[in-house]
Ligand binder design. Structure first.
Ligand code: CO
Length: 162
């Protein structure tokens, strides 16, 4: 329970920080922060080379972006190309990763296939937090009501067949 409350707090804080930085953070910056957060979960840091590989960009563009994010106080860029998120960077990264997961899970329930990652990327940067919470609630409903999901699957199949 305490854990849950803390997580809730973190998400809200991450969102608030994101709102404060909204005019400063572009979609590309959000992608960087999400990727860095995702990859720092195990080791607590990420290498800039890995980052540019995963984002499919030149190392020089990754370095430029990392310097911008460092200027906003969201990460520290150390020697040997190692990146650490600051506390604010972590809060925002956590929110961005959760946002991504919620949208991806929702599209999966809808039955989106091969294009799911691309579509998640397109939606995530433009969705409002209130709509995101509504989707999260619907996901939870699907999760906890397998018979409803089954009915929905049958309905989809019936619509296809007619
Ligand atoms: Co994403």
């Amino acid at each position: 329970m305490i854990m849950e409350e803390t997580q809730k707090f973190h998400t809200v804080r991450g969102y608030q920080l994101l709102e404060q930085n909204k005019k400063l953070l572009t979609s590309a910056m959000e992608d960087y922060l999400e990727m860095i957060y995702r990859n720092s979960l195990t080791d607590g840091y990420m290498r800039i080379n890995t980052l540019s590989d995963l984002l499919n960009v030149q190392a020089s563009s990754a370095t430029k972006m990392v310097q911008k994010l460092s200027g906003l106080g969201l990460l520290d860029y150390k020697k040997y190309g190692i990146i650490f998120l600051t506390e604010n960077g972590k809060e925002i990264g956590k929110y961005l990763l959760e946002r991504h997961s919620i949208i991806e899970a929702f599209l999966k329930y809808l039955g989106v296939g091969d294009t799911i990652l691309l579509e998640t990327e397109l939606i995530e940067h433009n969705i409002s937090v209130s709509t995101l919470h509504k989707i999260e609630l619907l996901n939870k409903f699907f999760e906890t009501s397998p018979d409803f999901l089954q009915k929905f699957e049958q309905f989809k199949k019936a619509c296809r067949d007619t």
